[in-house]
Design a protein around this ligand. Structure first.
Ligand code: ZN
Ligand code: ZN
Length: 172
């Protein structure tokens, strides 16, 4: 939290602060992703304008969570550069542009802002590595570490023929 009133900003003045942030867990589709155990330092710039406050946050960190394919821990580097504006007297109907959701009175909730900004930058599928082989769909073996006996390689003709037979059966 930053208490903005304490900064006593005059119009036109910008202040830069290095704020330690304990990133909250991020839950996407029921899966929990977390930041590093130690707080991350966010650089927050706050500028007092005549009609409001301009806020910018920059932060780089690593987000940990299960790999989309093999479920082992994946570490994803993230880098955010987010901006918010809070008008002193927001116009009706312009709340989305003129009201900062992370400002409660004079307190700026940097941790929640950082977590929301990170969600926007996370890749759609988090992978332990680009070419992760994933788990065998039949027996669950992690194919990054070993090869199981039950795998006909993808594109195997026998497998395709078998699928065809099964399909005919269910339709007929
Ligand atoms: Zn993986
Ligand atoms: Zn298998």
């Amino acid at each position: 939290m930053i208490d903005i009133a304490q900064l006593r900003l005059e119009p036109g003045v910008e202040r830069s602060l290095d704020v330690p942030v304990a990133l909250p867990d991020i839950i996407i589709g029921g899966v929990t992703y977390s930041g590093p155990a130690a707080p991350v330092v966010a650089r927050v710039d706050i500028t007092r304008l005549i009609s409001g406050l301009l806020m910018r946050m920059r932060l780089s960190s690593t987000i940990l969570g299960p790999c989309h394919r093999c479920l082992e821990e994946a570490a994803v580097p993230v880098s955010i550069d987010a901006r918010e504006y809070q008008a002193d007297h927001p116009e009706k109907g312009a709340e989305a542009e003129e009201v900062c959701d992370y400002l409660e009175g004079d307190d700026l909730d940097v941790a929640t802002w950082a977590a929301d900004a990170i969600v926007l930058t996370l890749p759609h599928k988090i992978l332990c590595r680009e070419d992760c082989a994933g788990l065998c769909p039949s027996c669950g073996t992690n194919l990054n570490h070993e090869v199981c006996a039950c795998v006909p390689a993808e594109g195997d003709d026998r497998w395709g023929a078998l699928r065809g037979l099964l399909k005919d059966d269910s339709e007929g």
